[in-house]
Design a protein. Structure first.
Length: 281
């Protein structure tokens, strides 16, 4: 990721935390001249993402702070592992702590959840992808965390691909009409994906000329196998809807190319990462 993609996020989060009076606790309890060494450590095992954001949170508070990575984004660590160290003015480190940990823990949680699914389906050709079910304002960094966990990104917004869903079909009048309108509007570099719920709808897609990707929504494993056979390589196949990590392997084994899981970003558990004092001066 480029710093321009997250600079404003960190600045906004720090301003929210500092409020109008600043860090009154640290200023009261810690000498402005105090120096220290601190370690960012994983309390539980997981996959790390967001080190650049954490480093920027500290440096934005105090540019003289020295942030050293022990691991890299995308690395998996065991419980207790030190993932980075921060040295310098103790007030600055404590002031930036919560914002750094909020981003690092949240994004590492996403990367950890994604890694679990990616590992579960590694024996198949299927790849796990995220969705647009992201925290408002955090989509770019959350999708980055998915990549750190071994996943791929679905579209980033409404403008980078056509995804015809059930409501579009209902308002257009039919699958055929929706596809015709999409082809007439989309540029030559824009992919078209369409959602179907049944094999009959899938057959209509190809009767109407096909699409680049077919989203197979809320289908059983048996139905997914039939759908893959019906598509016969004419489009990418994406399983979606209610996919849990426990079902990931059986869904991937149906032969689908992709599985999209909104839960990777909209309901993931934060990875527990803490900041510990190593030495003070």
């Amino acid at each position: 990721m480029h710093r321009l993609q997250y600079d404003l996020l960190i600045r906004t989060a720090l301003l929210e935390d500092l409020g109008g009076a600043g860090d009154i606790t640290t200023e009261a309890c810690v000498s402005p001249d105090a120096q220290g060494s601190f370690a960012l450590a994983a309390r539980v095992a997981g996959t790390i993402a967001g080190l650049d954001l954490a480093a920027l949170a500290f440096r934005m508070v105090d540019p003289s702070l020295h942030f050293t990575r022990i691991v890299q984004d995308g690395d998996s660590v065991e419980a207790g592992a030190v993932i980075a160290t921060i040295e310098g003015n103790a007030q600055g480190i404590l002031t930036g702590e919560r914002v750094a940990l909020n981003f690092l823990g949240h994004l590492s949680g996403i990367a950890t959840a994604t890694r679990a699914v990616a590992d579960a389906i590694a024996h198949t050709k299927c790849r796990v992808v995220c969705t647009r079910k992201t925290t408002p304002g955090l989509r770019a960094v959350e999708k980055y965390a998915v990549r750190c966990g071994g996943g791929m990104n679905h579209r980033f917004g409404l403008d980078d691909a056509v995804l015809i869903k059930d409501n579009h079909i209902a308002l257009a009048g039919s699958i055929t009409a929706a596809l015709q309108r999409a082809r007439a509007r989309a540029g030559h570099l824009v992919k078209i994906e369409i959602e179907v719920d049944t094999l009959d709808q899938l057959a209509e897609v190809f009767a109407a000329g096909g699409a680049d990707v077919v989203l197979l929504d809320n289908m059983t494993e048996a139905a997914l196998r039939d759908a893959v056979a019906l598509v016969a390589g004419r489009a990418l196949t994406e399983a979606s809807g209610g996919i849990t990590p426990g079902r990931a392997a059986s869904i991937a084994e149906t032969g689908v190319d992709l599985m999209s899981i909104g839960g990777l970003t909209h309901s993931v558990r934060t990875l527990d990462i803490g900041l510990d004092v190593v030495q003070t001066n």
